[in-house]
Design a protein around this ligand. Structure first.
Ligand code: NAI
Length: 250
């Protein structure tokens, strides 16, 4: 039997119970990685674990809030305990709390920063420590957004957090290169998930009108880019932002 591309490697995907995160967990598992998925909903975690196990994959589901330091440390410890190591981290957990800037509540700003940006820092710090000790490199893939590159009206908090995540990606890439840990970002455009379902029909049409490919993307199409960045083919790629957006932003 031929060896799968990620055989023997362990991947952690935050917010991996639905949408883009679930598609990423599935594609990494298909490539042979043992996958640890985190989320906050125990029922959904159980379902994802059962699904992947049913397909013969090695999976661990851990309830953890990506914005809490103790939870991030516990998640990385659980991955190490169950699978012995950690090779790939995908910082996917993200939320929106949209609103006009002049009316935005402090807590909507803070919570979006906490989950989307601080969460990625906390997870990367915990995982990178383990990767450095393992001395066999690693991959960190941050799920940013087109909003972080071009801004989006009604999403000052989210755009700032995702732009911050891109800066964080570049700084971490420079710092962690010494240990062979490659850090990249994937910036999806409009993708069909629960998050996109929350956008009003009017705003969705207006966005779609700006997409040269004239359609919404799928979670699987984002996962394909992550699959590439996690694999050996991306060995000379770090500190980059990969846009998966049908041409919305070039
Ligand atoms: P989603 O809302 O369907 O899924 C987000 C996942 O993150 C869920 O599993 C949720 O439980 C989890 N999550 C949220 N807060 C969490 C926390 N504090 N701790 C742990 N898990 C948490 O959203 P979707 O669309 O799958 O988004 C995934 C990522 O892609 C997010 O970072 C989002 O910002 C980004 N993105 C999505 C786009 C879209 O059009 N759907 C466009 C650009 C970026």
């Amino acid at each position: 039997m031929t060896k799968a591309p990620l055989d023997g490697r362990v991947a952690v995907v935050t917010g991996g119970t639905r949408g883009i995160g679930a598609a990423i967990a599935t594609s990494l598992a298909e490539d042979g990685a043992a996958v640890v998925v985190s989320g906050r909903d125990a029922d959904r975690l159980g379902r994802v674990a059962k699904d992947l196990e049913g397909q013969g994959r090695a999976v661990l589901a851990v309830a953890a809030d990506a914005a809490k330091r103790e939870d991030c440390d516990r998640l990385v410890d659980a991955a190490k305990e169950r699978f012995g190591r950690i090779d790939i981290l995908v910082n996917n957990a993200g939320i929106t709390r949209d609103g006009l800037l002049v009316r935005m509540k402090d807590e909507d700003w803070d919570r979006v920063m906490e989950v989307n940006l601080r969460g990625a820092f906390l997870m990367t710090r915990a995982a990178a420590k383990a990767m450095v000790r393992q001395k066999s490199g690693g991959r960190v893939i941050n799920i940013a957004s087109t909003a972080g590159a071009m801004g989006n009206a009604g999403q000052a908090n989210y755009s700032a957090a995702k732009a911050g995540l891109i800066g964080f990606t570049k700084a971490a890439a420079r710092e962690l290169a010494h240990w062979g840990i490659l850090v990249n970002a994937v910036a999806p455009g409009l993708i069909e998930t629960d998050m996109a379902a929350a956008i009003t029909a009017g705003a969705r049409e207006a966005l779609l009108a700006q997409v040269p490919l004239k359609r919404i993307g799928t979670a699987r199409e984002v996962a394909e880019m992550v699959r590439f960045l996690a694999g050996d083919g991306a060995a000379y790629v770090t500190g980059q932002v990969f846009h998966v957006n049908g041409g919305l932003y070039m």
